[in-house]
Design a protein around this ligand. Structure first.
Ligand code: OAD
Length: 250
């Protein structure tokens, strides 16, 4: 295992293999509501009630309205200092993977490139029944009307996000597992750590010998595997750990 007595800022500068997993908390300071925090409900519904194939089969218009609410809100949001620090960390690290559960696209806007989106992307749309698309992002904007959206041939379209009960995109999950097993340092940031299989990646990393770092104002089920714990917001901690003028960047 990497030496946990080395100050984390130095260890992050010297490590060659770093993996990072983020959840809704990293975007909280950009104004994106977390799922389980205040503001995560839409018209009294929990995401688990709407983000499912069954809910879409029952009432596609309602589910699209929920996603349009999220698109309208998130279209106004910009990356924060936490997203930016992770993009810097990527630029100065040889072997790096950012694994996000977020669908908001803010990491890409901050400049992250070597990343996988385990739960898809809010700005992509695909025909119902097609495979997850990955890649191209559609306009960051509210949806056209009427809802539910349909293709030219009348087929129902769906958001390209992973719903509860659906498989995660296979390539993304494989890459995430590999990165967790080989990382010297694994950062787990702003996730409640209760949605699998994303949550188990920090445990995999710890078992494989990574120095696990949790950044979250609240304790989580993953806190027990973390060697370093920061009970602060991501936007406050990350710029300290990855300062803008860090020398390895050039
Ligand atoms: P949650 O809403 O479950 O958890 C957000 C976490 O972020 C909580 O642990 C907060 O304490 C923490 N947090 C809040 N503000 C923070 C800040 N400023 N800095 C750092 N941490 C902060 O969101 P996720 O764990 O991302 O899945 O949720 C996992 C998945 O469940 C989501 O991807 C989504 C959801 O239902 C799907 O849609 C498939």
């Amino acid at each position: 295992m990497s030496d946990v007595s080395v100050p984390l800022e130095n260890a992050l500068r010297d490590a060659q293999r770093i993996a990072v997993m983020t959840g809704a908390g990293i975007s909280a300071e950009s104004g994106v509501p977390t799922f389980r925090g205040e503001g995560g409900l839409w018209k009294g519904h929990r995401p688990e009630e709407l983000a499912t194939p069954e809910a879409f089969a029952r009432d596609p218009e309602q589910v699209w309205e929920f996603y349009d609410w999220r698109r309208t809100l998130i279209a106004e949001c910009s990356p924060n200092a936490g997203h930016e620090a992770l993009a810097r960390l990527e630029r100065r690290t040889e072997d790096f993977l950012l694994i996000t559960q977020n669908v908001d696209g803010l990491h890409q806007l901050a400049g992250s490139e070597r990343m996988v989106e385990l739960h898809g992307n809010l700005w992509r749309i695909r025909p119902l029944g097609s495979r997850p698309a990955e890649g191209r992002i559609d306009r960051r904007a509210p949806l056209p009307r009427p809802l539910p959206l349909r293709g030219d041939d009348g087929t129902l379209l769906r958001p390209d996000v992973v719903w509860f009960g659906e498989m995660l995109p296979e390539r993304a999950l494989l890459a995430a597992g590999e990165a967790a097993r080989s990382a010297e340092i694994f950062l787990v940031i702003g996730t409640s750590g209760i949605v699998e299989p994303a949550a188990s990646l920090a445990r995999v990393a710890a078992q494989a010998g990574a120095r696990v770092v949790e950044i979250n104002p609240e304790p989580t089920p993953l806190s027990s595997v973390a060697h370093d714990v920061f009970r602060e917001s991501a936007a406050a901690v990350l710029p300290r750990l990855v300062p803008p003028d860090s020398t390895k960047e050039s």
